[in-house]
Design a protein around this ligand. Structure first.
Ligand SMILES: [Zn+2]
Length: 743
């Protein structure tokens, strides 16, 4: 009898599979072998779509006349040298005569399907394939999955969707990027990267930045008072005209203060209402990433990495790249045993005991077969969870998922809301109180009411109120006004951007409504973190603490594209829906690809016309500080060089430690010699972003250079990300300063 070849997505998973399969395994270069099985692995994507030049040498040059490039048959190439080695191993194994059949054990999703399909195609393999479909990496789950292998044909539509996604990204990205880069060569340094998913995402961020830039703050005032019902019962209130807390002029606010000061008021209204709050749904990846960003400031990528380790290494959480927030009905019997195992760790014991002790589990918001396709929600696995083996990040992500899993079987939390109005000299002050009556599911978090519901709406914060009566008289102990300004809309964080991507840019707060919009978002849960990082790596977006800020280049790209369909979240959402439909056999791959090709064709024509005569306004920077000639912005820097005059050699290079310095920064450096504030968006060698002040300094040979101007340790609170070691920053600075000169 021949052997079965198993191909996993990465080496660690290969080893886990071997741990479950029977027999003794011998180690070889790149694979493991027993009497019955050969187990090998990819290292992520080993094979990818070839670049245009593989289709013809003419495509090496970027020329408008050659666009659009739409291959009839896509070619595959091995990714790089490292991949080549492993690909050779797998190809040989696939061709071995004693290998009868193959098991695709790559990650159970669209990307895993693609990784295997490309390897199989590139190796020109012909053997029968079965699919190992894993949602949990525990031994029991793996053994179970080996007993329930699926014929590859069952997943052919998933492969169709995977190939369509990959080819559509190639066609749209390749053609739009080439067209824009060709037309904008004189304006931008380097390629103008555009893409099916990255460009609408950039548009969300850039359009928000435009709103912020255009925002004109307006002054307003609020008036706060403190009231005493008696010596012990005090509370605060905020002046409201109707529902409006904002007072338009200082004079008005001062008049209110004068009327009220030292006066006596009456509690003119006191309303109590009870409100119950359902436990939140289980996590899918996007909601987990959003929560971890809000709570801990984790980037989407950091959360995904931690969740992936909890799945693969610790075997403590189920498959993270899921878009489902429900479990399937056949999992109902697993719930109590899983909760019991979670409860073995002390911090979860109480919550777990409650769940295990329930006669009937409330499953209405947990089980929904229609909403579980490839994978269910992220929950703890049915195994022991060794928390002390987890890193701090992994521990926190596990904690979120474990508590959420226990919380959903708990009853609603019940609050008592109090709305109070105090009238003083005809001025009305409002007060809001909130008391948690029944902790319910919130008890699992042991925090009562938290949430620090800090809204910007000037409504006034929620207070713990003493016992008060309607009609009661109160003294005004204190009254004061505060001058404020209207604030621009907030920049996106990872959390709010993920939310906007999920709903294709529409504002939807309601959790259940969000559920319905899922299939038409930008990108998929599995890829969103990578899209954000991609925008950062091409220099369109910078991180400033938790905020995602569009760079000048990012802003300019979206300004130039204007309302082009490529910037439209709705269009991308439609495409995403069609990929989903292809995956479920409801749409045809051929038709989708034809539409994508037509779109690429139209895009090339439009970009050609639209960008033909575009000139980006170059900033004039005033006189050179050395020779006095006019300093100008060019592609790579700011210098007194011009076509007619080579100038004195003074230059401030734009590229510095992964960031492009803007004219405003250069101007400040030229005027004052340093930046008053920290400049954001630098990248250390480790890839971490940091912010730092800059200074313009002269070397002994008289050369001017931009350097970092601060000791890293100081001002510790400011930077969310730790700055790199001083030597590293120095090295990065030197490299950045040297790079453009050499180019
Ligand atoms: Zn000069």
């Amino acid at each position: 009898m021949g052997k079965t070849l198993v191909i996993a997505e990465k080496p660690s998973v290969g080893r886990d599979l071997v741990g479950v399969l029977p027999g003794a395994y011998e180690k070889h270069e790149g694979f493991l072998e027993s009497d019955s099985h050969v187990v090998s692995w990819a290292v992520g994507h080993l094979v990818q779509l070839a670049e245009p030049e593989e289709y013809g040498p003419q495509f090496k040059k970027w020329r408008m006349a050659d666009l659009p490039i739409v291959p009839d048959q896509f070619k595959l190439v091995v990714r790089d040298e490292r991949s080549k080695k492993q690909m050779t191993v797998i190809s040989k194994l696939l061709k071995r005569d004693d290998v009868d059949d193959v098991i695709n054990a790559c990650d159970a999703g669209r990307e895993g399907e693609l990784i295997f399909a490309y390897i199989f195609e590139k190796a020109k393999a012909k053997k029968t394939v079965q699919r190992l479909w894993l949602s949990s990496m525990t031994k029991v789950a793996i053994r179970d999955a080996f007993e329930r292998l699926r014929p590859a044909e069952e997943l052919s539509t998933l492969e169709d969707a995977a190939r369509s996604r990959s080819e559509a990204d190639w066609i749209v990205g390749m053609n739009a990027t080439r067209a824009a880069t060709i037309r904008l060569r004189s304006s931008f340094d380097g390629a103008v990267s555009l893409g099916r998913v990255q460009t609408p995402t950039l548009a969300l961020i850039a359009r928000r930045e435009e709103e912020i830039l255009a925002f004109k703050p307006e002054p307003y005032w609020i008036v706060d008072a403190k009231f005493d019902a008696d010596a012990r019962r005090n509370y605060a209130g905020r002046f409201h005209a109707g529902a409006q807390p904002r007072v338009k002029t200082a004079a008005e606010a001062e008049a209110i203060v004068a009327d009220v000061r030292g006066g006596r008021g009456v509690i003119s209204k006191l309303e109590k209402t009870k409100r119950s709050e359902k436990p939140p749904l289980l996590y899918d990846l996007t909601s987990l990433q959003r929560e971890a960003n809000t709570r801990f400031g984790f980037s989407a990528r950091r959360t995904l990495a931690a969740a992936q380790r909890c799945y693969e290494e610790h075997k403590a959480l189920t498959y993270p790249r899921t878009s489902s927030r429900f479990l399937s009905s056949d999992m109902a019997a697993e719930i109590k045993p899983t909760a019991e195992l979670v409860g073995h760790n002390r911090e979860y014991t109480r919550g777990a005991e409650y769940v295990v002790g329930l006669d009937v589990l409330p499953l209405g918001r947990v089980i929904n077969d229609a909403k579980v396709t490839d994978h269910h929600a992220i929950i703890p696995t049915r195994s022991e969870h060794k928390l002390d083996k987890m890193s701090d990040d992994d521990r926190r992500i596990y904690d979120l998922a474990a508590r959420r899993f226990l919380a959903i079987f708990h009853p609603d939390a019940v609050f008592e809301n109090t709305r109070l109005e105090t009238t003083v000299a005809e001025h009305v002050f409002r007060t809001r109180g909130k008391v948690l009556l029944v902790p319910g599911w919130r008890g699992v978090y042991g925090e009562g009411m938290d949430e620090g519901d800090k809204s910007d709406d000037d409504e006034g914060s929620e207070q713990r109120l003493p016992k008060l009566e309607q009609g009661e008289d109160v003294d005004v102990r204190e009254v004061e006004l505060e001058a404020k300004e209207t604030k621009p809309p907030r920049r996106y964080s990872d959390a709010s951007l993920l939310g906007a991507m999920e709903t294709a840019g529409k504002l939807v707060d309601d959790e259940e409504l969000r559920e319905q919009m899922k299939e038409t978002g930008i990108g998929t849960p599995a890829t969103r973190a990578a899209i954000i990082e991609r925008l950062i790596s091409v220099g369109y977006v910078e991180r400033d603490g938790r905020a995602l800020v569009a760079s000048d280049k990012g802003l300019n790209v979206i300004r130039l594209l204007g309302e082009h369909a490529l910037t439209s979240p709705a269009l991308t959402g439609d495409w995403e829906k069609r990929l989903e439909d292809i995956e479920h056999g409801r749409d045809s791959r051929a038709k989708f690809m034809a539409d994508i090709a037509a779109f690429a064709n139209a895009t090339v024509t439009e970009l050609d016309a639209k960008l033909k005569d575009v000139k980006i306004e170059r900033a004039s920077m005033g006189p050179c500080r050395v020779c006095g000639a006019e300093l100008k912005e060019n592609r790579k820097g700011f210098s007194c060089w011009s076509r007619e005059d080579p100038g004195c050699g003074f230059v401030i290079w734009k590229a510095k430690a992964g960031k492009t310095l803007t004219p405003a920064i250069a101007r400040e450096l030229i005027d004052t010699g340093y930046t008053a504030k920290q400049v954001t968006g630098f990248k250390g060698k480790s890839g971490r972003s940091f912010r730092a002040k800059l200074a313009l300094r002269q070397s002994e040979e008289g050369k001017w250079r931009v350097e970092f101007d601060e000791a890293w340790a100081q001002d510790g609170g400011a930077a969310a990300a730790k700055p790199p070691e001083p030597e590293e920053a120095e090295a990065a600075a030197t490299a950045a300063a040297g790079e453009p000169a050499a180019a």
